[in-house]
Design a protein around this ligand. Structure first.
Ligand SMILES: Cc1cc2nc3c(=O)[nH]c(=O)nc-3n(C[C@H](O)[C@H](O)[C@H](O)COP(=O)(O)OP(=O)(O)OC[C@H]3O[C@@H](n4cnc5c(N)ncnc54)[C@H](O)[C@@H]3O)c2cc1C
Length: 395
């Protein structure tokens, strides 16, 4: 059996569903293929089940990519407000948690239902449990085959996402298609992911505190959480996006203060206070206990500390160097850093420069957002760009 469509999209996650609705709304005969038995499984678990579907402010600097300018075109043509308008048109209740992060009030399912309703409204067809075994391009047509039939289309959109959570349907299909058609991909690695450390910090497991992390050319301020295996929390997840294997980063456990300067002043103002007790005013006591033992801190009152001891303690707390053993991998990562090389794609249409009619959108592309709704905004915006680019064939 053989069926023909204007556009076929592979992958019914956030990007694929949005693209299917956008493309069908332009009058394209659109087919969306998903190998899971359910669409949008990552949307459903995202944001702790409430889906942080966008951020009020989205800037190029909120992303990692070999070319930070690449995402600008799509992001400027479909803004957070455009998606908020869509959400509001479906009367989905939402709220701002912090730092512009918008979440569903009741459930992430509201977003999946909205995208499905959009697909239905414009007549995009969705087929589930659909595994594509081969893709080839003959003349102007793409021919997709499963074990019993062929699908023909003049435009093929790859929206198969990244590698985290194979149990939810993640696959390397998109990267393989890119390679098959001669397109470069950048190195991929798990990101927005906790780190495993060489040193055992499990005694601090559960301790959380605000920190500042200097990683590569970024400084990230947010909360850090010690785990049984190492470190996690929003500051660490964000830092993982800019970290490269075997690199180090620096944690400041006392952000916003000059600890050495403060202790020197307190030597005069509160001379009888013990060093340990004074530090507990800034950092959780379990961390102080651990560092005291690790660095053999002097057991002294502030008055008795030498300037050299003060500088040493302050540096140990404000410039703690970490070289992670590894990340916790794709089982715990929220996204894949890297993907189809931006130099291979048009930033306006997301079409492969070398292969007319072939498009890559969403997480499969080397555009990866920080924690905070940026990855979904890239999904919506890149889907919209493709929706603007592909128009039905006019006789
Ligand atoms: C736990 C978790 C929480 C997250 N929370 C947030 C959040 O709150 N806010 C945010 O902005 N981002 C969040 N993210 C990231 C966000 O989910 C992704 O960046 C986004 O889903 C990417 O959309 P996508 O459509 O490109 O890929 P996906 O959503 O992964 O969709 C890809 C689809 O393609 C299908 N597929 C794969 N291979 C094939 C194949 N060979 N044939 C057919 N179908 C295939 C998959 O089954 C899947 O349905 C979170 C991620 C995780 C893992």
């Amino acid at each position: 059996m053989e069926e023909s469509f204007d556009v076929i999209i592979i992958g019914a996650g956030a990007t694929g569903l949005m693209a299917a609705a956008q493309l069908a709304s332009k009058g394209n005969r659109t087919l969306l293929l998903e190998h899971n038995r359910q669409v949008g499984r990552k949307i459903l678990i995202s944001g702790g089940g409430r889906c942080n579907f966008t951020n009020r402010i989205v800037l190029p600097n909120d992303f990692h990519s070999e070319n930070l300018h690449f995402a600008k075109s799509a992001l400027s043509r479909y803004t957070p407000q455009d998606f908020i308008n869509l959400v509001e048109s479906y009367k989905i209740p939402y709220y701002e948690k912090k730092l512009g992060q918008l979440f569903c009030e009741s459930s992430a399912k509201d977003i999946v239902d909205m995208l499905l309703a959009e697909c239905k409204k414009y007549g995009a067809e969705i087929r589930l449990g659909q595994k594509i075994l081969s893709v080839e391009k003959v003349d102007e047509q793409f021919i997709l085959k499963d074990f019993k039939q062929s699908f023909l289309c003049s435009n093929l959109v790859i929206a198969t996402g990244g590698l985290p959570l194979e149990s939810l349907g993640a696959s390397d299909f998109g990267y393989k298609i890119a390679k098959q058609f001669g397109l470069k991909t950048t190195t991929t690695q798990p990101a927005l992911v906790p780190f495993v450390l060489f040193e055992d910090f499990s005694i601090l497991s559960g301790v959380s505190l605000p920190v500042e992390i200097a990683v590569a050319d970024r400084v990230i301020a947010d909360d850090l959480l010690f785990t049984h295996k190492g470190v996690s929390g929003p500051a660490i997840l964000k830092a993982s996006l800019f970290w490269n294997p075997s690199d180090s980063f620096i944690i400041n456990f006392v952000p916003g203060i000059d600890l050495a300067d403060l202790i020197k002043k307190m030597k005069l103002q509160r001379p009888k206070v013990g060093l340990e007790n004074y530090l507990k005013e800034f950092v959780p006591s379990r961390l102080i206990e651990k560092f005291k033992e690790r660095y053999s801190w002097p057991v002294k009152i502030l008055a008795d500390l030498t300037f050299e001891e003060i500088e040493r303690v302050a540096t140990q707390l404000s410039a703690f160097k970490v070289t992670p053993r590894d990340t916790e991998g794709y089982r715990k990562a929220e996204v894949t850093k890297g993907g189809v090389c931006t130099s291979e794609l048009s930033s306006k249409t997301l079409e492969a420069r070398k292969v007319p009619g072939l498009y890559f959108i969403g997480e499969v592309v080397d555009v990866t957002g920080l924690l905070g709704g940026y990855n979904f905004q890239w999904a919506w915006a890149s889907a919209h760009a493709v929706g603007e680019a592909i128009l039905p064939w006019q006789d």
